[in-house]
Design a protein around this ligand. Structure first.
Ligand code: SF4
Ligand code: SF4
Length: 337
């Protein structure tokens, strides 16, 4: 016997969590794009999609965020910080690759400087992952040592029931237990079986890829130019990625006052590394694509012992010229074998 939550109790759950002061967020299908967004009742969720077009990242690391307000006076500068948001949230129906992406980026945002905005949101958010029972050809979590029912980064794991009536409930963290204590009487013991998790075939040999990437001789390989020829540098792959985290800090204002903001940036853009002198150390799209791959599977794991990729497949799924990390790693696997 395990505890289950029936789907027809979802309305009550949303009501309880909202009454307990939490904002309830879930996968929502918009007119042109799907994303994790606020829902007001059970009917607001869309659990049918493989995963939302946009990742959960933007709920923790928004596209743009004010950091401080400044005023320049005759002999001093006044500054006032924007405080991190205080909102308590439950994200119900995250995919395992999105939840894992948050855990991966914890190392980055807590490394040389602890990013209060990121960690405040992380500490005030409960992540409820729903294990995947279907996948598409772009999904590749298993190639990254993850799985459709990975508990990495999540507080509660739900497994869809075979009869589609609801979910088995597995509380993972104290934060998850606390959130589910609010709806404890809506759960019930049951012997209903969980549906099998999605079968995600391994797309490439990650160890072989890493060995190839770590070989200094391959840094200038003609492979990079050939594989990235189609890339138009639009940055969709980085913006939709749950683990890409590049940002730029800019002051917006006039001569005397303004707001300092943190804005998303992307290694796919030529301006990203452009020096004031006009020199650009990554002057070609192939050098920028090489950087993206090297960063995710060589430099980042070298520093934080984890790949900067959770295998969601969005970069390949959404690329306007049909490129992506899967294809690149598949080709590297072949070069190394
Ligand atoms: S790989 Fe595709 S999505 Fe990424 S920058 Fe290039 S064209 Fe855009
Ligand atoms: S690199 Fe691609 S597959 Fe990996 S997490 Fe980012 S978008 Fe998903």
């Amino acid at each position: 016997m395990t505890r289950i939550l029936l789907s027809d109790k979802l309305d009550n759950c949303v009501e309880r969590w909202r009454s307990a002061g939490m904002t309830v967020i879930g996968p929502v299908q918009g007119e042109s794009i799907s994303r994790y967004a606020v829902v007001e009742n059970g009917a607001g969720f869309d659990f049918g999609m493989i995963l939302p077009d946009r990742s959960v990242k933007e709920l923790f690391f928004p596209q743009t965020e004010p950091m401080l307000r400044y005023t320049i006076k005759k002999s001093e500068i006044d500054t006032a910080d924007f405080p991190p948001p205080q909102e308590k949230r439950i994200i119900f129906g995250a995919r395992a690759c999105d939840a894992s992406g948050l855990a991966i980026d914890d190392s980055l945002f807590g490394w040389d400087y602890k990013d209060d905005f990121w960690f405040h949101r992380r500490n005030e958010s409960v992540i409820v992952t729903i294990a995947c029972t279907k996948a598409d050809d772009f999904c590749m979590c298993t190639s990254l040592d993850l799985a459709p029912d990975s508990t990495k980064g999540c507080d509660v794991l739900l497994r869809p029931l075979e009869n589609n009536r609801g979910w088995q409930v597995e509380e993972i963290t104290d934060r998850g237990r606390e959130a589910f204590a609010v709806i404890a009487d809506l759960l019930q013991e049951s012997s209903d079986q969980a549906a099998p998790t999605a079968v995600v075939t391994e797309k490439f040999n990650l160890d072989a890829c890493v060995t190839w990437l770590q070989n200094p001789e391959n840094f200038d390989s003609k492979f990079w130019k050939e594989i990235s020829m189609r890339c138009i540098g639009c940055a969709s792959c980085t913006y939709l990625c749950p683990t890409c985290h590049c940002f730029d800090i800019q002051d917006e204002g006039d001569t005397y006052s303004g707001i300092r903001r943190k804005n998303w940036d992307s290694c796919s853009f030529a301006l990203f590394t452009m020096h004031t002198s006009g020199h650009n150390p990554r002057s070609t799209q192939s050098a920028r694509w090489r950087q993206r791959i090297m960063h995710k599977f060589n430099y980042f794991p070298g520093k934080f012992s984890v790949n900067s990729c959770s295998g969601c497949g969005r970069c390949s799924r959404q690329c306007p010229v049909d490129m992506g990390i899967t294809e690149t790693l598949q080709e590297i696997s072949k070069l190394q074998s």
